[in-house]
Design a protein around this ligand. Structure first.
Ligand code: 6R9
Length: 644
C-alpha cells in the first residue's frame, strides 16, 4: 500500500469548521505575541463568579510555580451543569451505552444537575468538606461522572482510581492522598464479565485506617458485604437528599483533582490539577480539536479512570454543553463490530479512541466495520500512544471512508489536555504525525545536554512555556515535581517523550525516553512491575523492559532471577504473571518472562537496560558495547534463551 505523504484539509470541511488555516495562524500568532491578552480572552469561555484580572504567573526555574487566572473564582461543576440549564436543560448531556447492547440511558442536563446535587449532598452529610480528598473507584456508569462532578461541586478533590487496578494499587492511592471517603459500586461489567469493585475496596480498606466512609452505588445488584458504620448504599442515602446544592466558590488555583500516573520510579505520582486553568484548557481544546458544533454527539471511548476520561468524557464536553457518550463495554463484545454499531445507534459525529483498539480491530478485517453505516461520523481522533501509519490509514479509509479528518492528539496526564494535534479544518494531516502545536503551546526539542535544536531534527520533547491546563505539583511532594519535570532540562518542562520534527515543523512522537512503557495506551513504570515481581517469595531479582507488540504497541518483558534452589518451571512462570495481575492489575501482566540466571550489570551494579531492551526486541546483533559489563557472559546466556 503506498502511503500518501500529506492529506490536505478538504475545502468543504474548512468552510464549516470553527477554525480554518487562516484562523489557526492568527490564533497561534496572537497567543505567541501576547499570551496574557490571548488567555484573558479565552478565559471568557468559562463562567466565573469573579472574573480573573491576573492571567499568568509562572516560573519554570527555582521552586517552580505555575498559576493561571489566580484571582478568579469559579466552580467546575457549575460550568458543566448550571450554566446550561436555561439554554439546554432538556438536551441530553450523557448518553450511556451499557456493556449489554440492550441497555442504554439518556440523561439530560437538568437530570444530571439534580443527580450531581443529590450526590454532593450525600457527601456533605457524610462530613466531606472543601479540600478533602475523595477516592472514586467506579465502573463506566453515569454515577462515575456524577461522583466526579459532585466532588467538584462542594470543592472536594477527587482522586479517580481506574477500576482495573488491584486492591493493593487502590490502597496505595488512598493512603498517598489520605482519603477518608471513597465512592464505588457493587460491581462493574466489562465484556459480559463482572468486576468485583466493592470486594476490592474491602480488601484495600484493610490497610487504609484513614478510610472512614464508603458510598456504594448499586449497579449490578450483585452480592456484597456492607460493613456497619462504614458502608453506605448510595440510593438509600440519596433518597432523602435535596435536589439542589449550591456550588462552592473555588479559587482558580484551588485543587480540582489528583490523578495518579506512573513515572520512572516505583511509586505512582499524584498529578495535581487546579480549577481555573484546567477548565479553560479542557473547554478550549475540546471545542477546537474536535471542531465541536452545538448539537453533535461526541464519543470518547476512554475509561474515566484515565486522564482522557476526565478531560474528554466529563469536563471538556460538559463545559461545552455537548452530548457526551459513555460506554461501559469493550470493542469486541459481543463482537468486533460493536464500536460501529454504537456509532450508528446513537448517530455519533465525533469518535475518539486509542491506536491499540484500532490495531486490534484491524485484525478482523473490514467486514465488521463495513456492515455498519457510520454516515454520522465527521471527525475521528486518536490518543494514548503513537499511531503507526498503517493503523492511521485503516482508520481513515475503512472507518472514516476517507471522509473524516483524523486528529492524532499528543498530551499527557500532566498536561491536562491536548497540546499537539491537527485541527480538522486547519491542519493538513500526515499519517502517523501528531502534526502541530495548539495555539499558545511552545514545544522545543533538546539534545541530551539541554541544547535547543532548530529545524528538522530529533530530540527530547519539552515545553518552553506554560499553558493553562498544566499540572501544578505532585500531591504532597513538590520537590518530586521539580525533580521529575524541571531538573533534566533547565527552564523547560520535560515530557519524558522523544520526538522528531520534520521540515514542515510537524511533530512525530517517537515514544518514551525514560523507564516508562506504554502498554495499550496505558502508562506503566517498569520499576512498578519489578517491585511487584520481587515481592514474590521465589524471586530474587527482576528487570522489566518494553518490547514492540503488534496490538499493544509495547508489551511487558520481564527478566527474572529466582532465589537459589527454586526451579524455573512453566507453572512458576504462570504463577508470576498471575501474581503481577493481582499485585497491580491486569494491565501490568508481563507478556513474556525470561529466566535470567544473571542480569547484565555494570561494575557499579547498575542493570544495563539498553541491552535487555535489545534482547527483548530480538535485535541481538546490535547489542552495542558490552565491555563495561561486570560479567559479559550473562548476555550470551540471555540471548541463547530468549523467549520466542
Ligand atoms: C493522554 C494520555 C501519556 C503518554 C505520553 C506519550 C503517550 C499519548 C500520544 C502519545 C504519541 C500520541 N502518548 N498520546 N504518543 N502520540 N497522540 O495518554 O496520557 O496516560 O499520561 O500518557 O502517552 O508517551 O507521554 P497518559
Amino acid at each position: 500500500m503506498s502511503q500518501p505523504e500529506t492529506i490536505p484539509v478538504k475545502p468543504e470541511i474548512a468552510a464549516n469548521a470553527l477554525v480554518d488555516r487562516a484562523r489557526y495562524d492568527d490564533m497561534a500568532r496572537r497567543a505567541a505575541e501576547n499570551p496574557e491578552a490571548f488567555w484573558a480572552e479565552e478565559s471568557k469561555r468559562i463562567t466565573w463568579m469573579t472574573p480573573p484580572t491576573r492571567i499568568k504567573n509562572v516560573t519554570f526555574t527555582g521552586n517552580v510555580s505555575i498559576k493561571w487566572f489566580e484571582d478568579g473564582v469559579l466552580n467546575a461543576s457549575a460550568n458543566c451543569l448550571d450554566r446550561h440549564l436555561a439554554t439546554r436543560g432538556d438536551q441530553v448531556a450523557i448518553i450511556w451505552e451499557g456493556d449489554d447492547p440492550g441497555e442504554q440511558k439518556h440523561v439530560t442536563y437538568r437530570e444530571l444537575h439534580a443527580e450531581v446535587c443529590r450526590m454532593a449532598n450525600v457527601l456533605k452529610s457524610l462530613g466531606v468538606r472543601k479540600g478533602d480528598r475523595v477516592t472514586v473507584y467506579m465502573p463506566m456508569i453515569v454515577e462515575a461522572a456524577v461522583a466526579i462532578l459532585a466532588c467538584a461541586r462542594i470543592g472536594a478533590v477527587h482522586s479517580v482510581v481506574f477500576g482495573g487496578f488491584s486492591p493493593d494499587s487502590l490502597a496505595n492511592r488512598i493512603q498517598d492522598c489520605d482519603s477518608s471517603i471513597l465512592i464505588t459500586a457493587d460491581e462493574g461489567r466489562r465484556g459480559g464479565r463482572k468486576v468485583p469493585l466493592k470486594a476490592n475496596v474491602d480488601a484495600a480498606a484493610k490497610s487504609c485506617p484513614m478510610l472512614k466512609k464508603v458510598v456504594v452505588v448499586k449497579a449490578t445488584g450483585g452480592q456484597v458485604d456492607m460493613q456497619d458504620g462504614r458502608d453506605v448504599w448510595y440510593h438509600e442515602a440519596a433518597a432523602t437528599m435535596p435536589l439542589d446544592c449550591p456550588p462552592e466558590p473555588m479559587n482558580a488555583e484551588d485543587p480540582l483533582f489528583i490523578l495518579y500516573t506512573s513515572g520512572s520510579t516505583g511509586k505512582p505520582k499524584g498529578v495535581l490539577h487546579t480549577t481555573g486553568g484546567y477548565m479553560v484548557w479542557a473547554s478550549f481544546t475540546h471545542q477546537y480539536v474536535f471542531d465541536y458544533h452545538d448539537g453533535e454527539v461526541y464519543w470518547c471511548t476512554a475509561d474515566v479512570g484515565w486522564v482522557t476520561g476526565h478531560t474528554y468524557i466529563v469536563y471538556g464536553p460538559l463545559a461545552n454543553g455537548a452530548t457526551t457518550l459513555m460506554f461501559e463495554g469493550i470493542p469486541n463484545y459481543p463482537d468486533t463490530s460493536r464500536f460501529w454499531q454504537v456509532v450508528d445507534k446513537h448517530k455519533v459525529n465525533i469518535f475518539y479512541t486509542a491506536p491499540t483498539a484500532i490495531r486490534a480491530l484491524m485484525r478482523d478485517g473490514e467486514g465488521p466495520v463495513k456492515k455498519t453505516s457510520r454516515a454520522s461520523l465527521r471527525v475521528l481522533g486518536s490518543v494514548g500512544e503513537p499511531i503507526n501509519p498503517e493503523a492511521w490509514l485503516w482508520y481513515y479509509r475503512v472507518v472514516g471512508d476517507q471522509r473524516c479528518p483524523i486528529v492524532d492528539t499528543w498530551w499527557q496526564t500532566e498536561t491536562g489536555g491536548i497540546l499537539i494535534s491537527a485541527l480538522p479544518g486547519a491542519i493538513d494531516q500526515k499519517p502517523g504525525s501528531a502534526t502541530l502545536p495548539l495555539p499558545g503551546v511552545k514545544p522545543v526539542l533538546v539534545d541530551g545536554d539541554g541544547n535547543v535544536l532548530e529545524g528538522a531534527t530529533e530530540g527530547n520533547l519539552c515545553l518552553a512555556d506554560s499553558w493553562p491546563g498544566q499540572m501544578r505539583t505532585v500531591y504532597g511532594d513538590h520537590e518530586r515535581f521539580i525533580q521529575t519535570y524541571f531538573s533534566t532540562f533547565r527552564g523547560f518542562y520535560f515530557s519524558g517523550d522523544g520526538a522528531r520534527r520534520d521540515e514542515d515543523g510537524y511533530y512525530w512522537i517517537t515514544g518514551r525516553v525514560d523507564d516508562v512503557i506504554n502498554v495499550s495506551g496505558h502508562r506503566m513504570g517498569t520499576a512498578e512491575v519489578e517491585s511487584a515481581l520481587v515481592a514474590h517469595a521465589k524471586v530474587a531479582e527482576a528487570a522489566v523492559v518494553g518490547f514492540p507488540h503488534d496490538i499493544k504497541g509495547q508489551g511487558i518483558y520481564a527478566y527474572v532471577t529466582l532465589v537459589a534452589g527454586e526451579e524455573p518451571t512453566e507453572e512458576l512462570r504462570k504463577e508470576l504473571v498471575m501474581w503481577v495481575r493481582k499485585e497491580i492489575g491486569p494491565i501490568a501482566a508481563p507478556d513474556a518472562i525470561q529466566w535470567a540466571p544473571g542480569l547484565p550489570k555494570t561494575r557499579s551494579g547498575k542493570i544495563m537496560r539498553r541491552i535487555l531492551r535489545k534482547i527483548a526486541a530480538n535485535e541481538t546483533d546490535s547489542l552495542g558495547d558490552t565491555s563495561t559489563l561486570a560479567d559479559p557472559a550473562v548476555v550470551d546466556d540471555l540471548v541463547r534463551n530468549r523467549m520466542a
